[in-house]
Ligand binder design. Structure first.
Ligand code: P6P
Length: 344
């Protein structure tokens, strides 16, 4: 297929043909995510010019300073989906509780999870930041809301992806039929297909972790990173270290070039730092669709059922062989009794 000039919208519609029963609502939802991204891109690219830098003086549910761009990005999601008729419930890193868009809840079929602006500590130094999103069918159909709408297993995601605001704005998504990337052409305001059917190399040459936390790591994490740094040309070691400190930037590089990203648990963060529902699970869906692997060291990310809306998990994600090797240092994955999935 000639992929020249395929827009995000056209690609989504082509994808929709793979699902004969599709009604077009999911395609519309994804297109709206593209709209949110364009609005955020405009703000991010002018952040240095408009008095939008700095902080609001507020802190979010995690006790972190809310940068104005975080708040702006979160509000953009609310504004765009508010009257879309597509989404009944929004779950955001920036909101303590789920936001029910009551005007949509009579027929909105989807629940949208998102981190509106990840890596915000990089905003004031013009660093790469990103948005992460995950879409689930509503648990209860379009009739009524349940307060467990947010407690979703990652393997039930319908769509997941992220947007990286770097030298260019790139949107990457999967709807379970491969992983595809689109680069925003600001001159025409369109996302154009630039990375068709992304596949992550089975092994990489880089590891990505904040080594400043080394004193707080568990012994097996130290042993793993020490191993990656040992010289052994027969196994392609030492690996190079790459760490931006922005999850989307570190993940995107790992997805395209291979390697491993880790945010392990440690004595300061016994559950790790990254959140399951709107950070680890969407990226795990993407990486598995690209042929990679994502886990905590002991279990598959996409098998975890959250017990808390903002639950944190340790994350090891990237090339399949690299992640399997890391899991061996962690003692390997626990055997799971597969949850009986009530089909709703
Ligand atoms: P640390 C950004 O604040 C973030 O949530 C992720 O984007 C990033 O991977 C991580 O935290 C960086 O955390 O402890 O290395 O500064």
């Amino acid at each position: 297929m000639n992929t020249k000039g395929i827009t995000l919208t056209r690609h989504i519609l082509l994808e929709q043909r793979v699902h004969p029963s599709a009604t077009g609502e999911l395609s519309m939802l994804l297109t709206q995510i593209g709209l949110v991204t364009k609005i955020i891109t405009r703000a991010v690219s002018r952040a240095g010019l408009v008095d939008i830098l700095g902080v609001t003086g507020e802190v979010n549910v995690h006790g972190e300073e809310v940068k104005r761009l975080d708040e702006y990005a979160n509000q953009t999601f609310i504004n765009v989906f508010g009257h879309s008729g597509l989404v009944c419930t929004l779950v955001s890193e920036e909101m303590e509780k789920p936001r029910h868009l009551s005007e949509n809840c009579s027929h909105g079929k989807y629940t949208l999870f998102f981190d509106p602006l990840d890596g915000s500590s990089n905003i004031d130094v013009n660093g790469t930041i990103g948005t992460i999103f995950s879409i689930h069918h509503r648990l209860s159909g379009a009739q009524h809301r349940t307060d467990k709408e947010w407690s979703r297993v990652g393997s039930d995601q319908v769509v997941a992806g992220y947007v990286i605001f770097g030298p260019s704005t790139v949107l990457v998504y999967t709807a379970g039929n491969g992983v595809h990337g689109f680069t925003l052409d600001p001159s025409i305001g369109e996302f154009l297909l630039s990375h068709e059917n992304i596949r992550i190399p089975s092994r990489g040459k880089t590891y990505s972790v904040n080594e400043g936390h080394y004193p707080f790591w568990q012994p097996h994490t130290r042993a793993l990173v020490d191993y990656l740094k040992e010289k052994d040309p027969t196994t392609g070691r030492p690996y190079s270290s790459r760490y931006v400190g922005s999850l989307v930037a570190d993940f995107h590089r790992t997805l395209l070039h291979g390697g491993i990203f880790l945010y392990p648990s440690d004595t300061k963060n016994p559950q790790g730092k990254l959140r399951l529902l709107y950070e680890a699970a969407p990226l795990a869906f993407v990486v598995e669709q690209a042929g990679g692997r994502a886990g905590t060291g002991h279990e598959r990310i996409l098998d975890i059922r959250p017990v808390d809306l903002h639950q944190r998990v340790p994350l090891i994600i990237g090339s399949k062989e690299d992640v399997i090797m890391a899991e061996e240092f962690c003692g390997g994955r626990k055997k799971r009794v597969r949850e009986k999935r009530e089909k709703t």
